[in-house]
Structure formats: C-alpha cells, structure tokens
Design a binder for this molecule. Structure first.
Ligand SMILES: Cc1ncc(COP(=O)(O)O)c(C=O)c1O
Length: 361
C-alpha cells in the first residue's frame, strides 16, 4: 500500500527557538571559540550524569581517544570492545597504538557480552570500551565486576538505567557524542566525563596545544566552540522531554508491530531503554544475505527511510571469524525512524507501512 510520496527521514534534529536564541546570543557576544558557554555545557553534562566534571572536545571519536590516552593506554596494551559498533572506538584504539580485542554481543540486546568480555581479559587488558547501543544499557553490573576500567560510550544512550544506576555514571570515564543525529546534538562535538579530577586534568591538557606548561607532543586542537556548546546546552534542557517522547513513540511502534513477524527490541529485567534507535530484527524468509537491503529498499519506496543501525561490524571489516551475534545483527537489524521531531501523522504512516511490510502471511 503506498501512503505518501514524501520521505520520512531516518533521523532529524529537534531545533527550536531556544537553540536559535542561544546561538544568536553567542554570535552577538563576539566570543565564538571555546569559552564560558563550553564550561557551562561541561558542568551541565556532568550534573546530568552525576559526575564531577567533563571536558568538551570536537567529537565523540576524539573523546574516545582522549579517554584512552588519559588512562595511559598505548603500545603493548589491550582494549576490549564489541565487534558490533561503528568503527570509531576501534580507530581510537589504533591511534593510541594499543591492540583491540573484539568480543561478540548478547544476541538479543545487541550489547557487549559480559561473559565473553571476561574470557577475553588478559594480563595486558587496560580498559573495556562499553558502548550502550541504541538507547539500552549494556550489562553494567557484570562488566563493572571484571576489575578493568570501563570507558562507557554514551554516544547513543543517555538517561537509561541498569539496576538503578544511570548509564554513564559507572565507568572510570564516560564519553559522549553530540553529532547532528544524536540524542542531544550540537552539530559535532563530544565530551569526556569522570569523577576523577586527575583524569579530567589530563584530558584538558590534551585538547589544546598550549594547554600545559611543558610541551606535550600528544596535545592538539580538539576544542569545541561556544556556538556548539550553546546548542548543546539548549538541547540538554530539553533532554528529559526528548526521552519521554522517544519512549512514548516506542510504545506506539510496539503496539503497531505486535503480531507481525518483526522481532521487537529486547529490554532485559533491570535495564531501561530510551530508544535512540528503534531496532527490529527482520525474520529472514530464506538464507539470502540481501534480504535486509531489499527490505530497506521496499520501505524507502513506501516513504519510510530505515537504516542498518551499524554500517559494518568490526569483525567483517577485519575479516575475522566467530562472531555469530554480530553477524546476525548485521544481517537482520533494521532501524526505524524514531525521534522527538517526528510528527504524529508521520508516526501513523510509519506504523501503517511497517505493519504492511511485516504482516504475517
Ligand atoms: C557508539 C558510538 N561511539 C562513538 C561514536 C563517534 O562519535 P562522533 O561521530 O561524534 O565522532 C559514535 C557515532 O555515531 C557512536 O555511535
């Protein structure tokens, strides 16, 4: 059934007068580079996560690299991370000269598997990068018991809980991304947060070439501008409302897709989901590897732009065998448009198109 010819994009930021006013104020102030607004954004994010402080940088990718560097990680060290995640964490590990040890995910939740992580620990393991994918927490309790510093990657998840604790509040370090399609966006940007003032001080020294009295060859220009921080601060004010709307929309999608062949997002007991992405699994009709692409094309023709939520698993990039959870996710996972700026009519249209796509024959 064709509903409309207008495409509902997979992602769209929520920008209103607050963000425009905040940027205009910075423009009028005459101070555009990193300054007081960045500091306010750092304090605001730290307060949101209940942490001592944050250091804003220019991307989530660089926040990951800074997090590894402030822990003193380098050649000879190993860092564990899941195979099913974007390339940024792996690239950060490469840039500091450490070795990435990939582990598979929990097949149902898409999150890093705590048992496999335990099995991958060696005497050289210096950190575990824990991305909380799609708005759901990883198994923080069990990961925190492993005795290895956790770097929580909150690029995709803020405000979700695991056993009563907020994501981002448990690890030795937490990193965020404020890229344009994120829960809280600033165009581009990232942050490293922690309760440890020494780590924060080291992070601060890395983001500016002239940030410390002695010459540091690893320091560079990673600064965020006050313009971006102004957008981020305005978005931070709206974050609780954004998350509420995401959860409400997810409820509507669950109702619409009940009884269809789509496998809905799993939320294990003790964890909450804030639906940065609403990721369903398509139950494949055959063994053809193109089924997901065909499904994406069909949905697009119906005016709903869906996406593979991870472009390509790290184990596939690296041609490694033995990651069945990541491989299945890559072949079956499909992300449906879900964001606060989605209009009610668009939600209704997405529901009709989805039900049609996955109706049981
Ligand atoms: C889990 C995860 N980590 C890190 C990043 C990198 O963040 P950025 O795009 O801000 O560099 C992303 C970006 O999408 C991400 O999803």
């Amino acid at each position: 059934m064709t509903i409309t010819t207008t495409m509902i994009p997979h992602s769209r930021p929520s920008i209103d007068r607050g963000e425009i006013r905040a940027v205009t104020e910075v423009l009028r102030s005459g101070h555009l580079a990193q300054g007081a607004v960045v500091e306010r954004f750092e304090r605001g994010m730290a307060a949101y996560l209940g942490l001592a402080g944050g250091v804003a940088v220019n991307s989530g990718t660089m926040a990951l690299e800074v997090a590894l560097r402030v822990l003193g990680i380098g050649p000879g060290d190993e860092v564990i991370l899941p195979s099913y995640v974007c390339a940024a964490p792996w690239q950060a590990v490469q840039r500091v000269g450490a070795q990435a040890r990939l582990v598979d995910i929990e097949p149902e939740t898409f999150q890093i598997d705590a048992d496999l992580t335990r099995a991958a620990i060696t005497s050289r393991t210096r950190a575990i990068i824990v991305p909380h994918l799609f708005g759901l927490s990883a198994d923080l309790t069990r990961l925190a018991q492993l005795g290895v510093p956790l770097i929580e990657d909150c690029a995709q998840t803020l405000g979700a809980m695991e056993q009563g604790r907020a994501v981002g509040s448990v690890g030795t370090l937490t990193v965020c991304s404020f890229y344009a399609n994120k829960l809280l966006c600033a165009g581009e940007g990232g942050m490293v947060l922690s309760n440890d003032p020494v780590l924060l001080e080291r992070a601060r020294a890395l983001r500016e070439y002239d940030g410390a009295p002695s010459l540091n060859p690893l320091a560079t220009n990673l600064k965020m501008t006050d313009l971006q921080a102004a957008v981020g601060l305005a978005q931070l004010d709206r974050l609780p409302g954004f998350l509420e709307r995401r959860v409400r929309l997810a409820r509507e999608y669950r109702e619409a897709l009940a009884g269809t062949s789509a496998i809905l997002p799993a939320v294990p007991a003790g964890r909450s989901h804030i639906y940065y992405r609403f990721v369903v699994r398509i139950s494949k009709r055959g063994s053809g590897s193109d089924e997901l692409s065909e499904c994406l094309e069909r949905l697009e023709r119906q005016g709903v732009q869906c996406r593979k939520p991870v472009f390509q698993s790290l184990h596939r990039y690296l041609d490694l065998k033995g990651f069945p959870g990541s491989a299945a996710a890559e072949d079956e996972a499909l992300s449906i448009p879900l964001y606060p700026a989605l209009a009610d009519e668009e939600v209704a249209q997405v529901c009709i198109v989805m039900r049609d796509e996955w109706r049981r024959e």
